[in-house]
Design a binder for this molecule. Sequence first.
Ligand SMILES: [Fe+2]
Ligand SMILES: [Fe+2]
Length: 423
Amino acid sequence: MAVTVPAATEQIDYADLYARWERGNWSAMDLDFTQDRIDWHEHFTDEQRRGALWLYTLFFHGEDSVAANLSPYIDAAALEEQKYFLATQQVDEARHAVFFHRFMHEVVGVGDGSLGGGLRATRAELTWGHRKLFGRLDRMAHQLRSDRSPLMLAKAVTLYHVVVEGTLAQPGQHLIETSLERMDLMPGFREGMRNVALDEQRHIAFGVKLLADLYRENPQETQDAIVDLIREVLQYTLSVPIPPGWDRSYTESLGYTMEDLYEEGARANEARLRAIGLPLDEIAHFPFPMDITPRERGKQALALLRAGLLGAGDGGPVGRDPQTVQIFFDLLARNVRGEEIPHGTTIQWDFADHEPWYLLIEGRRKQAIQGRVARPTVRLKLRWDDFGELVSERAQPYHLMMRGRMRPWGDPRVLLKLQRLFH
Ligand SMILES: [Fe+2]
Ligand SMILES: [Fe+2]
């Protein structure tokens, strides 16, 4: 497997990242929040305060989690230069958490002044996606403590530096900064965010460089580790910034839409993975379509989440809008591990209350087709809502089968593999 790491990534140097850290040092304690207090209480509307408190809480808890979970990465890194940089990063993350904590306490007025108190006082704002994703980061730190292998480190850095920092945090920070600049409010918080964003740039550059190094040493297995991790946490990642009740005023009151946020995330995610050198257009079961714009990718993700075909759902019926259904089956087709089943396999879904769909799988060529195939390799009979519960992992296949709500039929070799094929 030929590996081409972009020149810009090759030029990143661990020792230079450390030097940049020394030069970029700043103080979270020295930020002056006097004007911020006035702006927050007198110039923000109720809606803006609600939206900002929600979004900043996601960051506050995120920073606390990454500060606490970085130490096994220091142990698992191979080079001293990597270890030293990661040690500086851990200091940064603690400083970021202190920054958000100070803001929450001194400006918003929540908590008892202790870090733990601030976290407890804001915990109710966290989203389902946030709890799931950072729960996974906790478990990842645990795994890395007992397995310091390069492949485990690749997974861990993908989750931490590419997904959490590179896909979620940095695009979010960017939108927060520009919206506050436009409103010309909260100068102290803005200055802090600018510093946080500069730190994140170094962290992400480090993660990309480390992954590129691991990828060059062991291309196929490292690529699989990265892509598998992205697939594993996909639903969680996409669900982190969904506001309560899908209420768009949470972001729009601050001057940007959910589409803007998802577009930035999609663009950033692609840029980081390409910077590692991964041939995204050629990877067999890469979850995202790379032949459409980041904005389109973001919109597709939002449609699937809204329909309850990905993520936590909202307890209501699963969406059936034909365009969204098409997007979903295309996603299934792209995701299925076609190389692991016989050429020409067909998977048929027969819905009691929705039109049928099937996948035609010819190795790496995979197609989602609306309708029925004459002799499918396997067939699954179920209701559309149960299908939504199943594919978003809100329901387990054996539970549905035990309750007679899903009836599988066909080639047992493919049936037994079915779950693995889509994971
Ligand atoms: Fe941070
Ligand atoms: Fe960071």
